[in-house]
Ligand binder design. Sequence first.
Ligand code: AMP
Ligand code: ZN
Length: 455
Amino acid sequence: MAVKFYNTLTRKKQVFKPLKPKSVGLYTCGPTVYNYAHIGNLRTYIFEDILRRVLEYSDYKVRHVMNITDIEDKIIRDAKKAKKLIYEFTEPYEKAFYGDLKKLNIKEAYRYPKATAHIPEMIKIISALLKKELAYKADGSIYFDISKFKKYGRLSGLKKRELKAGARVDNDEYAKENAEDFVLWKVKKAGEPWWRAPFGEGRPGWHIECSAMSMKYLGPTFDIHAGAVDLIFPHHENEIAQSEGATGKKFVNYFIEGEHLLVDGEKMSKSLGNVFNLRDIETRGFDPLAFRYLALTAHYRSKLNFTWKSLEAAQNALDNLREVVKNLKTATQHSNILKNVGMLKKRSMGKFTKYINDDLNAPRALALLWEVVKSQKLDNKTKYNLIVDFDKVFGLNLAESKTEKIPSQILELAKDREKYRKEKNFKKSDEIRKKIESLGWLVEDALSGPKLKRK
Ligand code: AMP
Ligand code: ZN
């Protein structure tokens, strides 16, 4: 069954045709390591992981490259504030980023190239652009001349009259209203890191980083480039201009961009105090995979509104699924009591492939998973096998069906409570129950003894 994606280049859902049979070159824009990744970034990384897993489910071998932006305006600004060298400042955030990916069960990329380790490759592209007169020097910096690149603005749908050729922009991030000649190389400034280049001392702009690193590991033309919608303009637009300008070849066949995550219906921002990261999620007692589950409940091209309530619902759903899988694994019901199981299993698998291959319809596929769980027509073993198979794409580690680890502090409190209960000191045991509740856990007294559950 063919895989279809919405391609920003054509604004259509298209059947995916790889450059080489059964293999895919995938580049995704990675983190700018000046802070911990926030849950919006993480939503995008989860969407990209689903994209990769969907391709792998169809037996494609995916070569995934994700860059680390470790030199950029915000990094320089914040490293200065922290009175640290650039790499001293970025290293802990880079490490934390890999930790986040692991916790979210995001598959490891083939390479995580760093911008500072690819300056020669960037210099080579800029030199080629200067030679072709697609770039020019002004006040010591090098700019890309957008008036010389006919296709400029196609990806983001910019109209000719919106292009302000000749005007220059030095910032790495800017809005559509500033569609101007953008900076490739920034002239050396006091107190900023710099490198030598044939066209002058300085440092790279942000956009050139991704052109250099993607083409180095995937070739001048590759299959898929992904990120979130904010990157369509200017970042991806500029990447196309620089890369195609330098090589004369088509850069990427499919651009796939995911929608943003909002918090309580608003854009995340420091001033609203709603910028959360994975540490915040864990501190409040949630499993990082509950966030992954939540991300799966929305299509990647729809906005996802994050609330703590919705995360709680996702955690409950995930806990229930784990319980189901654990029970299915040990259950001993045989398929011969039910009819047509083989045919029904095949039908479920067909539906699953149809949904995920239709522009990664994860929410529809997740609904199907629950249909399988609740089915009266499938036996336990078949259900279990289907769930494990679907989880290759969902990546929720359902087969491990690990029960949640209860923190030792809670276990200790529960033990004390049990002791007091046995002594019939209900005042004391009640106090401890309240303490446990205030820490986000519930004690239920079942016949087999007290059980701890997340509140
Ligand atoms: P950055 O670290 O800022 O370079 O961003 C890393 C990735 O996260 C990029 O693909 C961004 O487009 C994406 N991103 C930034 N903000 C959000 C958001 N609110 N929701 C989803 N993705 C985002
Ligand atoms: Zn990029």
